[in-house]
Design a protein around this ligand. Sequence first.
Ligand SMILES: Nc1ncnc2c1ncn2[C@@H]1O[C@H](COP(=O)(O)OP(=O)(O)OP(=O)(O)O)[C@@H](O)[C@H]1O
Ligand SMILES: [Mg+2]
Length: 496
Amino acid sequence: MSEELEKICNNFSIPENPNEFSRTARPFTSSDHPKIYGREKELDHAKSLLGVPKSDLFIGESSSIIAKKRKLVILPIVGMGGVGKTTLAQMVYKDKNVQSYFNLKVWVCVSDQFDLERLTKEIIQCATGNECNVTNLDLLQETLKKLVKYERILLVLDDIWSTDWQRLLGPMIEASDGSAVILTTRDPEHIECTGGDMNILDFIRLEGLEENIYWDFFKVCSGLEVDSENYIQLENIGREICSRLKGFPLAAITLGGLLRKRLDEQHWINIRDSKMWELKHGEHDIMPVLQLSYQYLPSHLKKCFSFCSLYPKDHEFTSIELAKLWIMYRFIPVQESLKRMEDIALGYFHELKNSCFFHYKDNSYGIEKFVIHDLMHDVCQSITKDECYCLEDENIGKISLNIYHIYVFDMNPVAAQNLRKMFKLKKLQSLVVSPYCSFGAIKSLCHGLKSIRRLSLPSGKIKKIPENIGNLKHLQYFGHFRHTNSKFTGFILYPL
Ligand SMILES: Nc1ncnc2c1ncn2[C@@H]1O[C@H](COP(=O)(O)OP(=O)(O)OP(=O)(O)O)[C@@H](O)[C@H]1O
Ligand SMILES: [Mg+2]
């Protein structure tokens, strides 16, 4: 095996590989770019609070009293999970007048693991469009200060889970008047602000969509066509189901995906009468809806989907990357060729995507990226919490000794010293390492985790495979993620 590994090491920087799946083989449909229903009032309200003029003709003259008077305007969008906060923030961000009013726009997803250095770097990268290799926090903040100086910036901090977000805004004091920050969060307590230079506007409290608009949306999601032969029966059941979803778009998308699989009355009745509805905790809790959709998946897709709890929240992934991980983890029936297995795995991926378990995110470098909504991620996690773990610097202490699979998201060399804790994980079988992980940490992992069977390493910053990979005597699969500027460009799988 060590010879084979040597061969792999030699190939590590070769760009082409016959196993690489052709990305042009499966075109994506237009439903990857879904229409947004309603929210016009909320959009107008947000724009007026930010001081964005109604027409871009007047920019440069008197934009708005609100924006002129204040230094840094903070606009919080608050609402329950899945109600559409990120979507509204995106509407604002992409709005034509907003685009011309702000001359610098930056979007970062904060999520539940707040890392000041990483986020500052992401802000810089988003503002410049270039990779930033600075690792010192002071230098990063200095760079950001220079970047925003005299600029009217719109910064979106999506999905905040604590009041730490304020620490990101130090360099913003140099920004020009009218600069603004949009925060999205489920919990208004995270908005609390102690800094003097900020001015927090009234929250936009987002509720579900209006009844009529929501019904139109629900019909589209569930595939309910007026000219279908049993429309009347399905409409009646559909209205009953729809009224329980409280206008939450995520609930319509997920449940609609399940209903549309079979436009027959019995299937719809079964869903309407499912016991899952009784699990509801709070009035607007949509978790039972998400769990219901998961319960209806065939077992092979359940396995593949729940495995995704390995990824960190809001992680962006490609179909081919996940397909190859599934092969590596033996979720795909063995076939005579890897190519055939890839096709099956991609078929699974598309089934899950069509059932709305994966959401289209964007297309960078011609590669389609997907995400799992974080509430759906919670569903995955609740299923595989004893098997899969996403490891970051901060949570290494919480790892259970019985874990089988780990995704090492972020691991600096200092934290890597704590890795000894991981070496005690007797059941650990596999490791997927993200491009954020340091080379030193990877080396330590290869040194200490002698019994792992599946290992996947990133390229990009890591130019070569640590030579001590030969210690891994039980390795059955080695995967290699390719990255350019931290962006995924391919995944090669080597069965050993
Ligand atoms: N007005 C809308 N019309 C159509 N689809 C919508 C609308 N609002 C949200 N969605 C869709 O609903 C899903 C959930 O929306 P979104 O991610 O914006 O919710 P959120 O409130 O940000 O949730 P979380 O608190 O988990 O971050 C997304 O797939 C989004 O595309
Ligand atoms: Mg969100």
